[in-house]
Design a protein around this ligand. Structure first.
Ligand SMILES: O=C(O)CCC(=O)C(=O)O
Ligand SMILES: [Fe+2]
Length: 327
């Protein structure tokens, strides 16, 4: 029987427990979540609630700025994943279907690595734009310190989750450590405004897509018009929002690395009901974890024939970033 709903998993036994406790978390994660639905919700992650709250508050203040001020930190180019993207400038569904209609009803602010590695590595041709400098809003100087702290904390949690994944895939616990120690992750905070006018036909808050990288760590709000995932039966099911918990999901890169033993699940953010009012404004903190640009992504399952040619993390991501922007 496939799991058809998103499970909630306490990972604290992995973080604090014995080798046996670790295996227990791992077994439940892999069996119940990564193979079937690709979306565990996790509790016991150890991230300070105060840091989450400060990140939410400063983000809300940013999105409350007048449009011209937000545009001062506009995303500079489609292949540079930094800065501000306005409502209607992106269509996530286009990452899968170039003809997809309808741009997304959210705006976002994005940063990349806050502790770039040595310049020779960061500026090598294969690094592309993955270490492009961050663009900080001068109108909200306190944002930089908060986002920097949150980005670092997410990097640490992702490293821990990658250790759980390593054991779950039958690899040594620290197998991924040297493949994510110069990770090219992105923090993207999305604001979904309350909808004063009815959306265009087919237009939703975030079009159906799967994420691109190794894993995503999402802090979402419980508001009308939320996140849904497409389960193994092809039905859209709501993701439970538990206070203080993170929603984790596998991205395309991890599915490919696992030779498709794990699923990178289609998900979307739907519109609130008409007339839901100001209360339907929704904000989510989305951390997309991506391995080092030069990490080789090749079949991790030695007993199985490889379904894909090897690639690198950097090339896999670059090719996906440019597809969704309304250039
Ligand atoms: O806001 C959400 O709940 C999900 C956003 C999302 O799927 C994404 O940014 O990739
Ligand atoms: Fe997503």
């Amino acid at each position: 029987m496939k799991l058809l709903n998103v499970p909630v998993i306490d990972i604290s036994p992995f973080r604090k427990g014995t080798a046996q406790d670790k295996q227990e978390v791992v077994a439940r994660l892999v069996d119940q979540a990564c193979r079937d639905i690709g979306f565990p919700v996790i509790s016991g992650h150890g991230v300070a609630p105060d840091l989450i709250e400060r990140t939410r508050a400063v983000s809300r203040a940013f999105f409350d700025l007048p449009a011209q001020r937000k545009l001062k930190v506009a995303r500079p180019a489609v292949d540079v994943t930094r800065g501000y993207t306005g409502v209607n400038e992106e269509s996530l569904a286009r990452s899968r279907d170039p003809e997809a209609y309808g741009s997304d009803l959210n705006e976002s602010l994005m940063i990349g690595p806050v502790d770039p590695p040595d310049p020779a590595y960061a500026n090598a041709p294969a690094a592309g734009k993955h270490f492009a400098p961050n663009i900080w809003p001068e109108d909200l100087p306190e944002l930089q310190a908060v986002y920097t702290a949150y980005y670092r904390e997410m990097g640490k949690l992702a490293e821990e989750l990658m250790r759980i994944f390593a054991l779950a895939l039958g690899l040594p616990e620290h197998y991924f450590d040297d493949k994510v120690d110069r990770h090219i992750s992105r923090l993207r905070v999305r604001n979904y405004p309350a909808q004063k006018e009815a959306p265009q036909p087919g237009q939703i808050r975030a079009g159906a897509h799967s994420d691109y990288g190794s894993l995503t760590i999402l802090y979402a709000e419980d508001k009308p018009g939320g996140l849904q995932v497409c389960n193994a039966n092809g039905d859209w099911v709501d993701v439970p929002i538990r206070p203080g918990c993170y929603i984790v999901n596998i991205g395309d890169l991890m599915a490919r690395w696992s030779n498709d033993n794990w699923v990178s699940t289609l998900h979307r953010v739907v519109n609130p009901p008409a007339g839901a009012g100001a209360e339907s404004r929704r904000q989510s903190l989305v951390f997309f974890h991506n391995p080092n640009y030069d990490a080789e992504i090749a079949n991790l399952m030695p007993s199985q024939a490889a379904k894909y040619a090897p690639t690198t993390s950097g090339e896999h991501l670059r090719s996906l970033y440019v597809k969704t922007q309304n250039a």
